[in-house]
Design a protein around this ligand. Structure first.
Ligand SMILES: [Zn+2]
Length: 203
């Protein structure tokens, strides 16, 4: 037996975490990514992200156009080994630690809702749909939202898109407990996506 065994190449992370799509949230995203295992999570940093403030009614069209243009570029960074795209954002909520998980796949939301019970913070699941007016009874068990980004991104074939909005108590990049909570939520989403993938392939 050879003493010089060649090590197999390190597996590439299957999860791509996008940070800084909204420029004011990049510093928060960096702190969250620093809490994650780089073997499992790769980061896509948007160094010149958009302003994330909610648009006034007359800014709505240009807000959408700018989001479409930026988000379409993300697809260029998706490699065949990526199974999950996590689009990480931050928002403000003075009541404390909480987060939204947004996805078009109900099975993933079901898993997140079930496992989030044990987390140290509230988690709200949001179902992404193309047309909120087309929802017929029975209504989905989750809140619904129509994304301001291209459907090719939020409902891609061959991989899963999940938006996470982690809420911070104050403006800025947050505090350690908030970074850790967001990182835990990212890991939980990745665990749920992995368990779905394992079932889909019969593993
Ligand atoms: Zn944002």
């Amino acid at each position: 037996m050879s003493l010089l065994q060649r090590r197999p190449p390190a597996p590439s992370p299957e999860v791509l975490v996008i940070i800084g799509a909204h420029r004011d949230e990049l510093a928060f995203g960096e702190r969250v990514v620093a809490e994650l295992d780089p073997k499992r999570f790769a980061a896509l940093r948007i160094l010149q992200g958009l302003r994330g403030d909610p648009p006034t009614p007359d800014q709505r069209a240009s807000f959408r156009d700018r989001h479409h243009a930026l988000y379409l570029q993300f697809l260029d960074h998706v490699a065949p080994h990526h199974r999950l795209l996590i689009d990480l954002h931050s928002g403000r909520d003075e009541t404390g630690q909480c987060g939204d998980v947004l996805c078009a796949k109900h099975r993933l939301l079901d898993c997140v809702a079930a496992r989030a019970v044990g987390l140290d913070g509230r988690v709200r699941c949001v179902s992404l749909v193309a047309d909120t007016s087309a929802i017929e009874p029975p209504e989905p068990p989750y809140l619904i939202a129509r994304p301001e980004i291209p459907e090719a991104v939020w409902n891609p074939s061959g991989l899963t898109y999940v938006g996470i909005e982690a809420y911070l108590r104050a403006d800025g990049s947050g505090h350690r407990s908030e970074w850790q909570f967001a990182a835990t939520l990212v890991e939980l989403v990745a665990d749920c996506a992995a368990s779905m993938g394992a079932r889909a392939t019969g593993r």
